[in-house]
Write a new protein. Structure first.
Length: 768
């Protein structure tokens, strides 16, 4: 019998060792794999499988390394291999044969991996894979930060350089190279500061180093050892350079070189011609001065400055200290000047000798004069400039408001134009119904419809007149009647809201020149604004309206006051802007008060928000009273239709408008024919003679201007019989045509009385 105990013990020991080794390998944070001499996998840890996640299903002992890499390639694991898989695989095989280490590559999952290959004594290969994603991100961030810093430094207008804590060059910008052009070839990273300075001195870059290079370099090194040093050099090309050096917390030195040639030349010129400069200063109209930094005592002040500040100058002595409205202003100014050395265009309040204050713009330079810090300054009196600026601001604000109201007018004109055709039908039909109705009740209702429709028409025309900014035709208006009309319109809304209304209207008010509908619109809008503001308010709401006459100023005043939430002081200046509103989006557009503002201004009046002792809002409107002694009120009665009848051609592309125009004219006994287009009208005019041709201006196809041109060429005798209807006098094209053609026209919506009158006028002119 053979005793196997010892062999089994050895096998058990080997098994434990292998398990311990496998556990150790498995615990590694790096990916680990062992391949034999034939590139067959012997073992690997989970971390290694994680790096090859896309091919984890084939990673088993005995797997060939090439199979693994090809599987990874097929699944696009290696970013740098995309599109060049064959070349990449060939290179990787070569690297593996050569056992290259520290291979870094990016995987498709965004991770960066560092791989190392090491040989075993049996001819195999140990592969370790390390996740270096964080390190790569840090490197990228560091590189981007460095590039950003380098770009910022390169953009500086001054020469900039950094020396490390060993005084060796780290970097400099192009401007620094330009300043040190003579020895720019020496300025390579790593060069020592002493070597750089010596090269410049030996090549004659620095004037004061000529003939004493060693001594000069030593002086520079000694000065450099002092913190926050600065120095001035004159270069061989005559330029002067100012350099300042600061030490960083890491011990590096940052230096900036500035070209101060202009300043040095000015200083030299001042030193050489002090007497001349003083004479120039004495005659200079710019107020100049020099005073002590510590207490503001004047050392020199020009006559113009002394006059400006009211300072007495006797035998060259100045009997007034430097003075400011607030001593803290000078303290802040001095601290800033100590730091910056120069301040330009600082605006402060100064005090004259008589105690009056005024604003000045002050530019100052801190200099050393006989070992004492002095301020050289010039001041400019801003009194006139500030007054001009304030006036310009007022003018800009006025222009701003005017432009916004002009834009609003254009919008209203567009809306009005869209309403013209349907409103023409309502106006005309209601007036026809009023004229033709035999039943008194129907006639009464027709009168109400006609009155309301006529008012709508006048409002639409008012919008168009406002948008064109043309003066309206005003007549005498009673302000009390305007208020009563507005209360009639808004009565239901006020009653339904439970608002108590009281009015105190002054008797015997003079008339004012204006448009009653526009003024009624203003008062109505203000009343409705008050009613909406008081909706949902706790307690009883009330509205008070008063009118009064101010004989001394010849002004008529209407005040509208409520006890609603009021108008905050922060929005008062904006409430008359178009589209500005404090209402919810669904409750208002912000154009009502803007319209009121424009109407009131067009009447020569003003509107303002007045302070109230309690809550609520109070609007005051002021109008100039009429200067006319008497006013003729035009008759509103329908003029009797002329007994003469005419043959009339009416042209319009909208059937309803065409019908109502024909009905109006046929009602007067005229022989009316119609055409729904310019082309149809032209055919009828070729076949028949008409006494009057009434044509719309804007039509598809051959429009009014096109018809006019055709008639001018083919049937010029018809031109005197032609009149136009239009809702588009806002556009430049329509206005220019009407002006150039000279033909009479009516603006929509059409009033039957106006239509009859103009038809008779054209018929009379065309018959001549």
């Amino acid at each position: 019998m053979i005793d196997l105990t010892e062999r089994r013990q050895r096998e058990e020991e080997l098994r434990r060792i292998r398990e311990t080794l496998e556990d150790a390998i498995e615990s590694l944070s790096e990916g680990f794999a062992l391949f034999d001499s034939e590139n067959k996998l012997l073992l690997c840890n989970t971390r290694y499988r994680d790096f090859h996640q896309v091919s984890a299903d084939i990673i088993e002992p005995g797997m060939d390394w090439v199979d693994l890499i090809e599987s990874d390639l097929e699944k696009g694991l290696y970013v740098e291999a995309l599109g060049r898989e064959a070349d990449w695989l060939r290179d990787r095989k070569k690297m593996r044969r050569e056992l290259q280490t520290n291979l870094e590559y990016e995987q498709s999952d965004g991770r960066w991996v560092s791989g190392a290959n090491r040989p075993t004594r049996q001819g195999g290969i140990v592969v370790t894979l390390t996740d270096i994603t964080d390190r790569k991100a840090q490197e990228t961030e560091s590189r981007q930060s460095r590039e950003m810093l380098e770009d910022a430094i390169e953009a500086l207008g001054e020469g900039f350089v950094i020396w490390d804590d060993s005084d060796r060059l780290m970097m400099c910008n192009q401007q620094y190279l330009e300043i040190n052009r003579i020895c720019a070839d020496v300025l390579e990273p790593g060069v020592h500061f002493e070597e750089f300075m010596r090269a410049g001195a030996e090549r004659g870059q620095y004037v004061d180093a000529v003939g004493r290079v060693d001594e000069w370099v030593e002086e520079r090194l000694q000065a450099r050892r002092q913190p926050g040093t600065s120095a001035e050099y004159q270069l061989s090309n005559g330029r002067w350079i100012f350099t300042t050096t600061h030490t960083t917390r890491q011990g590096a030195k940052v230096a900036i070189r500035l070209d101060i040639t202009d300043r040095k030349e000015m200083e030299q010129a001042l030193q050489e011609s002090e007497g001349l400069v003083r004479r120039v200063l004495e005659s200079c109209p710019v107020p100049l001065a020099m005073n002590r930094l510590d207490n503001g005592e004047y050392i020199y002040i020009s006559p113009s400055n002394a006059d400006l500040l009211g300072i007495d100058v006797v035998d060259g002595r100045f009997f007034s200290p430097d003075s400011y409205v607030d001593p803290k202003i000078r303290e802040s100014y001095v601290n800033r000047l100590r730091k910056e050395k120069r301040i330009n265009d600082l605006e402060v309040q100064r005090i004259r000798a008589d105690g009056t204050s005024f604003w000045v713009s002050m530019s100052s330079q801190l200099i050393d004069y006989k070992g004492e810090e002095m301020i050289v300054s010039s001041i400019f009196d801003l009194t006139e400039r500030n007054a001009v600026a304030e006036e310009m601001a007022r003018q800009r604000q006025a222009l701003y408001q005017s432009e916004k109201l002009s834009a609003l007018g254009s919008l209203l004109a567009s809306v009005a134009h869209e309403l013209n055709n349907p409103l023409s039908i309502v106006v005309a039909q209601s007036m026809l119904l009023e004229e033709l109705a035999s039943d008194p009740d129907i006639s009464k209702r027709a009168t109400k419809i006609s009155t309301a429709a006529d008012r709508c028409a006048r409002i639409v025309k008012t919008f168009l007149a406002m948008a064109r900014q043309e003066p309206a035709e005003y007549r005498a208006v009673k302000l009390n009647e305007v208020v009563k009309s507005a209360l009639d319109v808004t009565g239901h809304a006020l009653r339904s809201s439970g608002i108590e209304v009281s009015s105190r209207l002054a008797s015997d008010l003079p008339s004012l020149q204006g448009d009653a509908d526009q003024l009624t619109q203003v008062v109505t809008n203000l009343i409705l604004n008050a009613q909406q503001a008081m909706e949902g308010m706790e307690g009883d709401g009330w509205l008070k309206i008063t009118t009064s006459h101010r004989p001394r100023t010849r002004a008529l005043v209407v005040k509208i006051k409520d006890n609603g939430p009021g108008i905050g002081t922060d929005v008062r200046s904006r409430i008359f802007e178009p589209f500005f509103t404090t209402k919810k989006m669904e409750a208002g557009t912000g154009i009502g008060l803007a319209i009121c503002h424009r109407i009131i201004e067009s009447h020569g009046g003003t509107i303002s928000v007045e302070d109230t002792r309690d809550s609520g809002a109070s609007f005051a409107i002021r109008f100039p009273e009429s200067t006319r002694s008497s006013e003729e009120t035009p008759s509103t009665e329908r003029p009797e239709a002329s007994r003469a009848t005419f043959s009339i051609l009416v042209v319009d592309d909208e059937a309803d408008v065409l019908d109502v125009l024909a009905d109006i004219l046929r009602g007067d006994g005229h022989d009316v024919d119609t055409a729904d287009s310019g082309d149809a009208a032209l055919e009828r005019l070729r076949d028949r003679d008409f006494a009057v041709v009434v044509s719309d201006l804007r039509m598809p196809g051959l429009d009014g201007p096109g018809l006019y041109e055709k008639l001018r060429q083919e049937l010029p005798a018809v031109i005197p019989k032609l009149m136009f209807l239009t809702g588009d006098t806002m556009s430049a094209g329509a206005k220019n045509f009407l002006d150039e053609s000279g033909r009479p026209y009516l603006e929509k919506p059409i009033n039957p009385r106006e239509l009859r009158s103009l038809v008779r006028q054209v018929a009379g002119n065309g018959a001549r």
